[in-house]
Design a protein around this ligand. Structure first.
Ligand code: PBG
Length: 341
């Protein structure tokens, strides 16, 4: 029995192009290859150490030797870029984060070791003080609890030069201090590192999705008098999008080479907005909480990990990200290989 006899039959049928897998592949608008992924690595002191991170199933803190092997494996899967974060020995953390400026710190040693073993790898280092600070902030804190901008920028610039000397290809300020991109560019150039690029965390939000990362590095703001309990005086308000355009304009003027939005999935509008406003490459950071949500649900049998991860990463690319930082880089690269072979 026909319920709508009076309707004309459609001539335009978008479903024709969805009919078979071959046709769907032919007209697929977004292709995310492993070339565009960055794998973040968590470093820890020691030899042959791989310490699982509870809130990030599948990810671990690695000693330098194990990190080199992880990079080697990633390269064989087509992932060429790595972002290194160090889990600093608590005994070395101080309020002034001075371990950040030690040329023999974990990050500098790891960069030298990975570069020596795998010169073809692209190494990105994180520029912020939180892994080194006993107070758990990205910047220096005054006695009355203010995150000091210009004093912090000075340290970040010195830190960038140190990482460049060690062999970093790209330095990546994640601190959200004002004026740091210009200061880092000036310091790098003065030290003869004109070729080292700056990937700026342009729109980094004060997000609750960083929880598992702070567990991985034990880097959350500490509960102490005159220490801010959160990062809201420097990271952006999640309610704001226009402000991202202001940050982008400043970063571009100060000489950033790549602009980043972070987190990724809750901020697709911001990725699309910056994509429309600049011709610079846009990066997005699919952060620890985004990763943990899918992993946890998959472990419970509530979500299909491969389908959900692929959908999430494709959505981030579709919104306009050229580069995606993700803890799922190795899994995705493996799935990618299965998809096209
Ligand atoms: C800190 C930094 C953070 C992340 C990267 N760099 C956490 C923070 O701002 O507290 C988060 C990454 C993630 O959650 O995956 N400089």
């Amino acid at each position: 029995m026909k319920h709508t006899p009076e309707l004309p039959r459609p001539q335009r049928r978008p479903r024709r192009l969805r009919r078979t897998d071959a046709i769907r592949r032919l007209v697929r608008e977004t292709t995310l290859t492993p070339d565009r992924l960055v794998l973040p690595l968590f470093l820890i002191d020691g030899k042959n150490v791989s310490e699982p991170i509870a809130a990030m199933p599948g990810r671990a803190r690695l000693s330098i030797d194990r990190a080199v092997r992880e990079c080697e494996n990633a390269l064989s899967l087509g992932v060429h870029a790595f972002d290194v974060f160090q889990a600093t020995d608590p005994a070395l953390k101080t309020p002034d984060a001075k371990e950040a400026l030690n040329p023999e710190n974990l990050t500098c040693r790891a960069v030298r070791a990975i570069k020596a073993a795998l010169p073809e790898a692209c190494l990105i280092t994180d520029i912020a003080l939180d892994p080194y600070s006993s107070l758990g902030h990205d910047g220096l804190i005054s006695d009355d609890g203010v995150v000091l901008n210009d004093e912090t920028v000075d340290v970040l610039a010195a830190m960038s030069v140190l990482h460049a000397h060690a062999g970093a290809d790209i330095v990546s300020p994640s601190d959200m201090m004002d004026g740091r991109v210009g200061a880092i560019r000036t310091a790098l150039d003065a030290a003869g590192h004109q070729q080292v690029a700056i990937l700026s965390y342009t729109a980094k939000y004060a997000s609750a999705f960083y929880g598992p990362f702070r567990e991985a590095l034990d880097s959350a703001p500490v509960d102490a008098p005159n220490v801010p309990r959160d990062k809201k005086t420097y990271q952006m308000d999640p309610a704001n999008a226009r402000e991202a355009s202001i940050e982008a304009r400043l970063d571009i003027d100060e000489g950033a080479d790549i602009l980043m939005v972070k987190p990724a999935l809750p901020y697709l509008d911001v990725i699309a907005r910056l994509r429309a406003e600049t011709n610079l490459p846009i990066a997005a950071y699919h952060v620890s909480g985004e990763y943990a949500m899918i992993k946890a649900a998959a472990q419970n049998g509530w979500l299909d990990e491969r389908a959900c991860t692929t959908e999430a990463l494709s959505a981030i690319a579709r919104a306009g990200a050229d580069v995606i930082f993700t803890y799922a880089a190795l899994e995705y690269a493996q799935w990618w290989r299965e998809y096209w072979t």
